[in-house]
Ligand binder design. Structure first.
Ligand code: ATP
Ligand code: MG
Length: 384
Protein backbone atom coordinates (compact mmCIF):
# COMPACT_ATOMS: atom_id res chain seq x y z
CA UNK A 1 0.00 0.00 0.00
CA UNK A 2 1.34 3.44 -0.99
CA UNK A 3 0.27 6.98 -0.33
CA UNK A 4 -0.02 8.81 -3.63
CA UNK A 5 -1.56 11.91 -5.17
CA UNK A 6 -4.06 11.08 -7.89
CA UNK A 7 -4.57 13.58 -10.73
CA UNK A 8 -7.60 13.53 -13.03
CA UNK A 9 -8.14 15.48 -16.24
CA UNK A 10 -11.33 16.01 -18.21
CA UNK A 11 -11.48 18.06 -21.40
CA UNK A 12 -8.46 16.46 -23.01
CA UNK A 13 -10.39 13.16 -22.97
CA UNK A 14 -12.39 14.67 -25.83
CA UNK A 15 -9.48 15.53 -28.07
CA UNK A 16 -9.79 12.48 -30.34
CA UNK A 17 -6.65 12.04 -32.41
CA UNK A 18 -4.90 14.80 -30.43
CA UNK A 19 -5.51 13.18 -27.05
CA UNK A 20 -1.98 11.74 -26.87
CA UNK A 21 -0.48 15.14 -27.67
CA UNK A 22 -2.50 16.88 -24.93
CA UNK A 23 -1.67 14.21 -22.35
CA UNK A 24 2.04 14.57 -23.09
CA UNK A 25 1.70 18.34 -22.81
CA UNK A 26 -0.06 18.06 -19.48
CA UNK A 27 2.54 15.55 -18.25
CA UNK A 28 5.33 18.00 -19.13
CA UNK A 29 3.51 20.91 -17.49
CA UNK A 30 3.05 18.88 -14.30
CA UNK A 31 6.77 18.05 -14.33
CA UNK A 32 7.60 21.75 -14.77
CA UNK A 33 5.26 22.80 -11.95
CA UNK A 34 6.86 20.26 -9.60
CA UNK A 35 10.45 20.65 -10.79
CA UNK A 36 11.61 21.88 -7.38
CA UNK A 37 9.75 19.21 -5.40
CA UNK A 38 10.92 15.75 -4.46
CA UNK A 39 8.49 13.37 -6.19
CA UNK A 40 7.96 10.95 -9.07
CA UNK A 41 5.24 11.50 -11.66
CA UNK A 42 3.73 8.57 -13.48
CA UNK A 43 1.26 8.60 -16.36
CA UNK A 44 -1.36 5.84 -16.39
CA UNK A 45 -4.50 5.58 -18.50
CA UNK A 46 -6.59 8.75 -17.88
CA UNK A 47 -4.74 9.64 -14.67
CA UNK A 48 -1.39 10.85 -13.40
CA UNK A 49 0.07 9.59 -10.15
CA UNK A 50 2.53 11.48 -7.95
CA UNK A 51 4.48 9.17 -5.66
CA UNK A 52 7.53 9.14 -3.36
CA UNK A 53 6.96 12.77 -2.48
CA UNK A 54 7.63 15.22 0.32
CA UNK A 55 5.49 18.30 1.11
CA UNK A 56 2.14 16.92 -0.02
CA UNK A 57 0.22 20.18 0.53
CA UNK A 58 2.75 22.26 -1.40
CA UNK A 59 2.56 19.82 -4.31
CA UNK A 60 -1.24 19.97 -4.31
CA UNK A 61 -1.30 23.76 -4.28
CA UNK A 62 1.08 23.80 -7.27
CA UNK A 63 -1.02 21.22 -9.14
CA UNK A 64 -4.12 23.36 -8.64
CA UNK A 65 -2.53 26.00 -10.90
CA UNK A 66 -1.86 23.59 -13.78
CA UNK A 67 -4.52 24.00 -16.48
CA UNK A 68 -5.92 20.78 -17.86
CA UNK A 69 -6.10 19.20 -14.40
CA UNK A 70 -9.68 18.63 -13.36
CA UNK A 71 -9.13 17.44 -9.80
CA UNK A 72 -6.68 16.01 -7.33
CA UNK A 73 -6.98 13.54 -4.44
CA UNK A 74 -4.76 12.24 -1.70
CA UNK A 75 -5.18 8.49 -2.14
CA UNK A 76 -3.87 5.13 -1.07
CA UNK A 77 -2.83 2.72 -3.81
CA UNK A 78 -3.62 -0.97 -3.48
CA UNK A 79 -3.49 -3.88 -5.97
CA UNK A 80 -6.75 -4.69 -7.80
CA UNK A 81 -7.30 -7.54 -5.39
CA UNK A 82 -10.65 -8.01 -3.65
CA UNK A 83 -9.13 -9.24 -0.40
CA UNK A 84 -6.54 -6.45 -0.20
CA UNK A 85 -9.20 -3.80 -0.89
CA UNK A 86 -11.59 -5.29 1.69
CA UNK A 87 -8.78 -5.52 4.26
CA UNK A 88 -8.02 -1.85 3.78
CA UNK A 89 -11.70 -0.84 3.96
CA UNK A 90 -12.02 -2.76 7.23
CA UNK A 91 -9.42 -0.43 8.82
CA UNK A 92 -11.45 2.70 8.03
CA UNK A 93 -12.99 4.51 11.02
CA UNK A 94 -16.25 6.36 10.35
CA UNK A 95 -18.91 7.71 12.72
CA UNK A 96 -21.01 9.67 10.21
CA UNK A 97 -23.24 8.95 7.25
CA UNK A 98 -21.28 7.58 4.31
CA UNK A 99 -21.39 5.89 0.95
CA UNK A 100 -18.92 3.88 -1.09
CA UNK A 101 -18.46 4.97 -4.70
CA UNK A 102 -16.78 2.38 -6.90
CA UNK A 103 -15.45 3.27 -10.35
CA UNK A 104 -14.54 0.04 -12.18
CA UNK A 105 -12.33 1.26 -15.05
CA UNK A 106 -10.70 -2.20 -15.04
CA UNK A 107 -13.47 -4.22 -16.66
CA UNK A 108 -11.65 -7.47 -15.85
CA UNK A 109 -12.26 -6.85 -12.13
CA UNK A 110 -14.66 -9.64 -11.23
CA UNK A 111 -17.28 -7.79 -9.11
CA UNK A 112 -19.59 -5.17 -10.65
CA UNK A 113 -19.46 -1.65 -9.15
CA UNK A 114 -22.81 -1.61 -7.31
CA UNK A 115 -22.31 -5.10 -5.87
CA UNK A 116 -18.85 -4.14 -4.64
CA UNK A 117 -20.19 -0.89 -3.15
CA UNK A 118 -22.73 -2.91 -1.16
CA UNK A 119 -20.05 -5.39 0.01
CA UNK A 120 -17.67 -2.63 1.11
CA UNK A 121 -20.53 -0.74 2.81
CA UNK A 122 -21.30 -3.89 4.81
CA UNK A 123 -17.69 -4.12 5.97
CA UNK A 124 -17.76 -0.51 7.17
CA UNK A 125 -21.07 -0.96 8.98
CA UNK A 126 -19.75 -4.08 10.70
CA UNK A 127 -16.67 -2.24 12.00
CA UNK A 128 -18.24 1.11 12.88
CA UNK A 129 -21.30 1.00 15.12
CA UNK A 130 -22.14 4.70 14.56
CA UNK A 131 -21.72 4.74 10.77
CA UNK A 132 -24.85 4.93 8.63
CA UNK A 133 -25.33 4.61 4.89
CA UNK A 134 -26.75 7.63 3.08
CA UNK A 135 -26.56 7.31 -0.69
CA UNK A 136 -27.95 10.76 -1.50
CA UNK A 137 -26.27 13.12 0.92
CA UNK A 138 -23.47 11.37 2.81
CA UNK A 139 -21.04 13.28 5.06
CA UNK A 140 -18.24 11.02 3.84
CA UNK A 141 -17.79 9.42 0.45
CA UNK A 142 -15.21 6.69 0.07
CA UNK A 143 -14.08 6.57 -3.55
CA UNK A 144 -12.67 3.31 -4.86
CA UNK A 145 -11.15 3.88 -8.30
CA UNK A 146 -10.19 0.52 -9.84
CA UNK A 147 -7.83 1.32 -12.74
CA UNK A 148 -6.72 -0.60 -15.82
CA UNK A 149 -3.06 -0.65 -14.70
CA UNK A 150 -3.84 -3.20 -11.96
CA UNK A 151 -4.07 -0.71 -9.08
CA UNK A 152 -6.96 0.69 -7.07
CA UNK A 153 -6.95 4.18 -5.59
CA UNK A 154 -8.98 4.82 -2.46
CA UNK A 155 -9.65 8.38 -1.38
CA UNK A 156 -12.16 10.67 0.35
CA UNK A 157 -11.72 14.22 -0.86
CA UNK A 158 -11.73 15.67 -4.35
CA UNK A 159 -9.83 18.93 -4.67
CA UNK A 160 -10.93 20.77 -7.80
CA UNK A 161 -8.42 22.53 -10.05
CA UNK A 162 -9.33 24.89 -12.91
CA UNK A 163 -9.70 22.31 -15.73
CA UNK A 164 -9.23 23.92 -19.19
CA UNK A 165 -6.39 23.06 -21.55
CA UNK A 166 -2.69 22.63 -20.77
CA UNK A 167 -0.44 25.56 -21.65
CA UNK A 168 1.26 25.06 -24.97
CA UNK A 169 4.34 26.84 -26.27
CA UNK A 170 2.81 26.55 -29.75
CA UNK A 171 -0.19 28.63 -28.64
CA UNK A 172 1.28 31.81 -27.21
CA UNK A 173 0.35 35.43 -26.77
CA UNK A 174 1.40 38.78 -25.39
CA UNK A 175 -0.56 40.01 -22.37
CA UNK A 176 -0.88 43.77 -21.97
CA UNK A 177 -0.47 43.98 -18.23
CA UNK A 178 -1.37 47.18 -16.43
CA UNK A 179 -1.33 47.61 -12.68
CA UNK A 180 -5.11 47.25 -12.51
CA UNK A 181 -7.45 44.48 -11.48
CA UNK A 182 -8.53 43.38 -14.94
CA UNK A 183 -5.47 42.51 -16.97
CA UNK A 184 -4.04 39.81 -14.63
CA UNK A 185 -7.48 38.18 -14.68
CA UNK A 186 -7.53 38.38 -18.49
CA UNK A 187 -4.17 36.59 -18.60
CA UNK A 188 -5.47 33.92 -16.27
CA UNK A 189 -8.63 33.46 -18.36
CA UNK A 190 -6.71 32.95 -21.61
CA UNK A 191 -4.15 30.67 -19.94
CA UNK A 192 -7.07 28.49 -18.91
CA UNK A 193 -7.60 27.85 -22.62
CA UNK A 194 -3.98 26.78 -23.01
CA UNK A 195 -2.49 30.09 -24.15
CA UNK A 196 1.00 30.65 -22.77
CA UNK A 197 1.76 34.35 -22.40
CA UNK A 198 4.59 36.77 -21.84
CA UNK A 199 3.76 40.23 -20.55
CA UNK A 200 4.11 43.76 -21.85
CA UNK A 201 3.79 46.77 -19.58
CA UNK A 202 3.85 50.46 -20.43
CA UNK A 203 4.99 53.03 -17.92
CA UNK A 204 5.41 56.75 -17.99
CA UNK A 205 8.34 57.48 -15.70
CA UNK A 206 8.75 60.03 -14.04
CA UNK A 207 4.99 60.68 -14.23
CA UNK A 208 4.52 57.12 -12.98
CA UNK A 209 6.60 56.09 -9.98
CA UNK A 210 9.16 53.29 -9.56
CA UNK A 211 6.67 51.75 -7.08
CA UNK A 212 4.07 51.58 -9.84
CA UNK A 213 6.54 49.61 -11.96
CA UNK A 214 7.48 47.33 -9.05
CA UNK A 215 3.80 46.66 -8.49
CA UNK A 216 3.37 45.40 -12.06
CA UNK A 217 6.50 43.25 -11.76
CA UNK A 218 4.96 41.74 -8.61
CA UNK A 219 1.74 41.09 -10.54
CA UNK A 220 3.68 39.44 -13.37
CA UNK A 221 5.40 37.16 -10.86
CA UNK A 222 2.08 36.31 -9.24
CA UNK A 223 0.42 35.23 -12.48
CA UNK A 224 3.47 33.47 -13.88
CA UNK A 225 2.48 30.15 -12.41
CA UNK A 226 -0.77 30.34 -14.37
CA UNK A 227 0.27 31.93 -17.66
CA UNK A 228 3.76 30.41 -17.99
CA UNK A 229 5.37 33.83 -18.53
CA UNK A 230 9.11 33.84 -19.19
CA UNK A 231 9.66 37.42 -20.28
CA UNK A 232 8.37 40.79 -19.21
CA UNK A 233 8.80 43.76 -21.52
CA UNK A 234 8.56 47.28 -20.14
CA UNK A 235 8.20 50.23 -22.50
CA UNK A 236 8.36 53.86 -21.50
CA UNK A 237 5.56 55.90 -23.10
CA UNK A 238 6.69 59.21 -21.57
CA UNK A 239 7.96 60.96 -24.69
CA UNK A 240 5.06 59.73 -26.81
CA UNK A 241 2.48 60.89 -24.27
CA UNK A 242 4.16 64.28 -23.99
CA UNK A 243 4.07 64.63 -27.77
CA UNK A 244 0.39 63.69 -27.90
CA UNK A 245 -0.30 66.10 -25.05
CA UNK A 246 1.37 69.05 -26.72
CA UNK A 247 0.30 68.43 -30.32
CA UNK A 248 -2.99 66.54 -30.39
CA UNK A 249 -6.59 66.99 -29.31
CA UNK A 250 -6.69 66.21 -25.59
CA UNK A 251 -9.92 64.23 -25.82
CA UNK A 252 -8.12 61.77 -28.12
CA UNK A 253 -5.18 61.22 -25.70
CA UNK A 254 -6.36 57.81 -24.43
CA UNK A 255 -7.44 56.60 -27.85
CA UNK A 256 -4.08 57.55 -29.35
CA UNK A 257 -2.27 55.90 -26.45
CA UNK A 258 -4.28 52.68 -26.88
CA UNK A 259 -3.56 52.56 -30.60
CA UNK A 260 0.15 53.09 -29.87
CA UNK A 261 0.11 50.26 -27.33
CA UNK A 262 -1.31 47.94 -29.98
CA UNK A 263 1.24 49.11 -32.55
CA UNK A 264 4.06 48.33 -30.12
CA UNK A 265 2.49 44.95 -29.32
CA UNK A 266 2.34 44.27 -33.11
CA UNK A 267 6.08 44.82 -33.38
CA UNK A 268 6.85 42.51 -30.45
CA UNK A 269 4.52 39.84 -31.85
CA UNK A 270 6.34 39.99 -35.16
CA UNK A 271 9.76 40.01 -33.55
CA UNK A 272 9.23 37.31 -30.91
CA UNK A 273 6.59 35.25 -32.75
CA UNK A 274 3.57 35.76 -30.51
CA UNK A 275 0.32 34.89 -32.22
CA UNK A 276 -2.12 37.10 -30.36
CA UNK A 277 -2.51 40.11 -28.05
CA UNK A 278 -4.54 39.91 -24.83
CA UNK A 279 -6.10 42.81 -22.93
CA UNK A 280 -8.33 43.16 -19.87
CA UNK A 281 -10.95 45.32 -21.56
CA UNK A 282 -14.61 44.92 -20.68
CA UNK A 283 -17.32 46.49 -22.82
CA UNK A 284 -18.52 49.85 -21.56
CA UNK A 285 -16.34 49.87 -18.43
CA UNK A 286 -14.69 53.18 -19.35
CA UNK A 287 -14.64 55.55 -22.36
CA UNK A 288 -11.79 53.63 -23.98
CA UNK A 289 -13.83 50.44 -23.92
CA UNK A 290 -16.84 51.36 -26.04
CA UNK A 291 -17.44 49.55 -29.33
CA UNK A 292 -16.15 52.62 -31.20
CA UNK A 293 -12.97 52.77 -29.05
CA UNK A 294 -12.34 49.07 -29.52
CA UNK A 295 -12.92 49.47 -33.27
CA UNK A 296 -10.35 52.24 -33.35
CA UNK A 297 -7.71 50.14 -31.53
CA UNK A 298 -8.54 47.05 -33.60
CA UNK A 299 -7.95 49.08 -36.75
CA UNK A 300 -4.20 49.18 -36.06
CA UNK A 301 -3.91 45.59 -34.78
CA UNK A 302 -2.06 43.13 -37.01
CA UNK A 303 -2.79 40.21 -34.68
CA UNK A 304 -6.05 39.08 -33.11
CA UNK A 305 -6.74 41.04 -29.92
CA UNK A 306 -8.33 38.70 -27.38
CA UNK A 307 -10.44 40.32 -24.68
CA UNK A 308 -11.65 37.47 -22.47
CA UNK A 309 -13.33 39.84 -19.98
CA UNK A 310 -15.39 41.67 -22.57
CA UNK A 311 -18.70 40.51 -21.07
CA UNK A 312 -17.64 40.44 -17.42
CA UNK A 313 -18.95 42.76 -14.71
CA UNK A 314 -16.42 44.29 -12.34
CA UNK A 315 -17.65 42.12 -9.44
CA UNK A 316 -17.09 38.99 -11.49
CA UNK A 317 -13.56 40.12 -12.33
CA UNK A 318 -12.82 41.00 -8.69
CA UNK A 319 -14.00 37.57 -7.57
CA UNK A 320 -11.46 35.87 -9.85
CA UNK A 321 -8.73 38.40 -8.92
CA UNK A 322 -9.22 37.46 -5.26
CA UNK A 323 -9.21 33.77 -6.08
CA UNK A 324 -5.92 33.99 -8.01
CA UNK A 325 -4.50 36.32 -5.33
CA UNK A 326 -3.73 39.32 -7.54
CA UNK A 327 -6.41 41.59 -6.08
CA UNK A 328 -4.43 42.87 -3.08
CA UNK A 329 -1.55 43.93 -5.31
CA UNK A 330 -3.82 45.40 -7.99
CA UNK A 331 -5.53 47.76 -5.55
CA UNK A 332 -2.27 49.33 -4.32
CA UNK A 333 -2.78 52.99 -5.12
CA UNK A 334 -0.12 53.69 -7.76
CA UNK A 335 -0.82 55.54 -10.98
CA UNK A 336 -0.85 53.92 -14.44
CA UNK A 337 0.36 55.54 -17.65
CA UNK A 338 -3.28 55.74 -18.76
CA UNK A 339 -4.06 58.05 -15.86
CA UNK A 340 -1.24 60.43 -16.74
CA UNK A 341 -2.44 63.34 -18.93
CA UNK A 342 -5.95 61.97 -18.53
CA UNK A 343 -8.33 64.23 -20.47
CA UNK A 344 -11.31 65.55 -18.56
CA UNK A 345 -13.64 64.50 -21.37
CA UNK A 346 -12.15 61.56 -23.25
CA UNK A 347 -13.85 60.86 -26.55
CA UNK A 348 -16.40 58.06 -26.15
CA UNK A 349 -16.95 57.42 -29.84
CA UNK A 350 -13.56 58.05 -31.45
CA UNK A 351 -13.43 58.10 -35.25
CA UNK A 352 -10.60 56.23 -36.96
CA UNK A 353 -10.03 59.04 -39.49
CA UNK A 354 -9.83 61.58 -36.67
CA UNK A 355 -7.31 59.43 -34.77
CA UNK A 356 -5.23 59.08 -37.93
CA UNK A 357 -5.32 62.85 -38.44
CA UNK A 358 -4.11 63.43 -34.87
CA UNK A 359 -1.35 60.84 -35.24
CA UNK A 360 0.04 62.73 -38.24
CA UNK A 361 0.78 65.65 -35.92
CA UNK A 362 3.61 63.70 -34.25
CA UNK A 363 6.47 61.59 -35.62
CA UNK A 364 4.79 58.38 -34.52
CA UNK A 365 7.00 55.97 -36.40
CA UNK A 366 10.20 57.28 -34.88
CA UNK A 367 8.72 57.70 -31.42
CA UNK A 368 7.68 54.04 -31.47
CA UNK A 369 11.07 52.95 -32.83
CA UNK A 370 12.70 54.74 -29.91
CA UNK A 371 10.35 53.12 -27.42
CA UNK A 372 11.27 49.65 -28.71
CA UNK A 373 14.96 50.54 -28.72
CA UNK A 374 14.82 51.54 -25.05
CA UNK A 375 12.55 48.71 -23.99
CA UNK A 376 13.57 46.81 -20.85
CA UNK A 377 13.35 43.03 -20.98
CA UNK A 378 13.21 40.98 -17.79
CA UNK A 379 13.81 37.28 -17.73
CA UNK A 380 11.19 36.34 -15.12
CA UNK A 381 12.99 33.03 -14.48
CA UNK A 382 15.91 34.99 -13.06
CA UNK A 383 13.94 37.69 -11.30
CA UNK A 384 13.56 36.67 -7.67
P1 ATP B 1 -6.93 47.14 -15.70
O1 ATP B 1 -7.60 46.83 -14.43
O2 ATP B 1 -6.41 45.94 -16.37
O3 ATP B 1 -5.90 48.23 -15.57
P2 ATP B 1 -8.78 49.06 -16.62
O4 ATP B 1 -10.20 48.82 -16.39
O5 ATP B 1 -8.05 50.02 -15.78
O6 ATP B 1 -8.03 47.68 -16.69
P3 ATP B 1 -7.79 50.42 -18.93
O7 ATP B 1 -6.84 51.21 -18.13
O8 ATP B 1 -8.69 51.09 -19.89
O9 ATP B 1 -8.74 49.51 -18.13
O10 ATP B 1 -6.96 49.35 -19.71
C1 ATP B 1 -7.57 48.38 -20.51
C2 ATP B 1 -6.54 47.33 -20.87
O11 ATP B 1 -5.45 47.91 -21.59
C3 ATP B 1 -5.91 46.72 -19.64
O12 ATP B 1 -6.68 45.67 -19.12
C4 ATP B 1 -4.58 46.25 -20.19
O13 ATP B 1 -4.72 45.02 -20.89
C5 ATP B 1 -4.23 47.34 -21.18
N1 ATP B 1 -3.43 48.37 -20.49
C6 ATP B 1 -3.84 49.50 -19.91
N2 ATP B 1 -2.82 50.18 -19.35
C7 ATP B 1 -1.71 49.43 -19.59
C8 ATP B 1 -0.34 49.55 -19.25
N3 ATP B 1 0.11 50.58 -18.55
N4 ATP B 1 0.50 48.59 -19.64
C9 ATP B 1 0.06 47.52 -20.34
N5 ATP B 1 -1.22 47.33 -20.68
C10 ATP B 1 -2.11 48.28 -20.32
MG1 MG C 1 -5.68 50.13 -16.13
Amino acid sequence: MNNVILIRFNEIHLKGGNKKYFIKLLHNNIKTALKNNICKIESIQNRFIVRDYENEDEIISKLKCVFGIHSISKAVEIKNDIKQICDYISTIKIDTTFKCDVNRADKSFSIKSNEFEADLGEIILKNNSRAKVDIHNPKTTIHIDIRENGYTFIFYDIIYAYSGLPLDEKRNGLLLLSGGIDSPVAGFAMAKRGLRQDVLHFDSFPYTSPQAKEKVITLAKKIRKFIGAKYMYICSMTKLQEEFHVNCKTEYAINLLRRSMIRIANILCEKFKYKTIITGESLGQVASQTIESLTSTNAVAKFPVLRPLISFNKEEIIKIAKDIETYDTSILPYEDCCTVFLPRNPVIKPKIEEAEKEEKKVDLENLIKLIILNMEVFDLDNKS
